[in-house]
Design a protein around this ligand. Structure first.
Ligand SMILES: *Cc1c(COP(=O)(O)O)cnc(C)c1O
Length: 399
């Protein structure tokens, strides 16, 4: 594992074999002819979108989904040939590029569809779009109250008549599919029924919707029967969960581990303070290790005097405040700690393990947020078959 001590500061290891295994398990949940759109927005949930998408392109994903045009173009320009769907708004100025690179844009309102079409027409291109229906998320999408579907159908017919847009699918997004409570389940069913009704009416009105999709991670795990033509898993690809309610369906495992190193060990006498604001004072002789990772690397400052890491197979509590670039650990009880020793921030060392899902819960957020916040200063080292196969280093590779 020596090759992983990449910069001898702090780094992440991304296990591509575990990604393959997670994709395999996810596929086993879904009907055989349901496609998978690997969601790699936000730089592949912080793991590095190119490496993740390349691996998934080899091993299972028929589509990819991202949040915006730049992410989509980035994938296309780095060897991703499968269809790509943009889930959010793109500037209309990007329409020509998207059409030429065969990237599918979400069309979420008549007004936006008209703007896309106008630009496509002026550039002489045709843009493929998936319609988005807002069935209860209240975010993007064509919306119609129950009983007033006619207005929505009329809008969709107007979109279908726009000469430079081509509708190739439709989707919706569940807002509580990772929650097993009775009322959440009822809401998911309401959203799904609504989607089925709207897409049936649209198709009856003469607009085919060849690719229909509803399920993100929560939907894949709790409602695989609602996946229709394609599923859009994100967070579970990475072996993480937005809610403990969905964590026991499949034996998915996190693919990212985060490491740092001991920079210095010092003996501290009773009465001495540790860190900014003097929030920690030694009350007995202590051994303190300074570790080069901080909130600029994405480690939450709110874990000051609260979090813990693993050093030489034992838990070491954080003492004092988490700084921007460093923090201090109490290693009094761990024999032989010295400069250069590996510190496990997220992951396993011996019988000790720190899980991102637990860390997120103790901060009062979800893994989705913390995983995206791992800083660009942290190189991502990709490992496959026990070997390092690539590194993403945003600091070293600046223009
Ligand atoms: C982010 C997102 C997904 C993936 O969500 P996960 O919960 O991470 O699986 C799927 N669809 C849409 C529309 C999204 O915005």
């Amino acid at each position: 594992m020596e090759q992983m001590d990449y910069l001898k500061r702090s780094w992440a290891v991304v296990d591509l074999d575990q990604l393959d295994e997670n994709v395999r398990l996810i596929r086993s949940m879904l009907p055989a002819d349901t496609k998978i759109a690997g969601v790699v927005k936000a730089d592949g949930y912080g793991h590095g979108d190119i490496a993740i998408a390349r691996e998934m392109q080899e091993n299972g994903a028929e589509w990819f989904a991202v949040s915006n045009a730049d992410e989509a173009v980035g994938l296309r320009d780095h060897g991703i040939q499968r269809p790509i769907l943009i889930l959010g708004v793109s500037p209309v100025e990007m329409v020509e590029t998207l059409a030429k690179k065969q990237i599918t844009q979400v069309a979420f309102s008549l007004e936006y569809a008209k703007a896309l079409n106008q630009e496509a027409q002026s550039k002489g291109v045709t843009l493929e779009v998936h319609l988005k229906f807002d069935t209860g998320m209240g975010r993007l999408g064509f919306y119609a109250p129950e009983g007033e579907e006619d207005a929505l159908i009329q809008e969709v017919l107007q979109v279908a008549a726009l000469p430079n847009l081509k509708i190739t699918g439709a989707f919706t997004h569940f807002c509580c599919s990772d929650d097993r409570s009775e009322s959440a389940r009822a809401y998911v069913h309401m959203q799904f029924d609504r989607f089925q009704t709207l897409s049936r009416l649209v198709q009856e009105a003469g607009v085919p919707l060849p690719l229909r999709h509803c399920c993100a991670s929560g939907g894949v795990l709790l409602y695989p029967e609602m996946a229709l033509d394609m599923a859009r898993p994100g967070i579970i690809l990475y072996g993480l969960y937005s809610d403990p309610d969905i964590s026991n369906v499949l034996p998915l495992k996190p693919i990212l581990s985060l490491y740092s190193t001991v920079a210095m060990v010092k003996e501290v006498q009773p009465g001495r303070y540790i860190g900014y604001g003097r929030t920690f004072q030694a009350d007995h002789p202590m051994k303190i290790a300074t570790v080069p990772i901080g909130y600029a690397d994405g480690y939450p400052r709110s874990l000051s005097n609260r979090g813990r890491m693993i050093v030489n197979g034992q838990y070491a509590p954080i003492v004092g405040r988490v700084c921007m670039d460093q923090l201090m650990l109490d290693v009094t009880h761990i024999p032989g700690v010295k400069r250069g020793d590996r510190v496990t921030v997220i992951g396993q060392d011996g019988s000790c393990e720190i899980k991102m899902d637990d860390l997120a819960a103790s901060v009062g957020t979800i893994s989705n947020e913390l995983i995206c916040l791992i800083g660009k200063r942290i190189p991502r080292v990709y490992v496959k078959g026990g070997r390092e196969v690539g590194v993403m280093d945003s600091i070293r590779q600046r223009p």
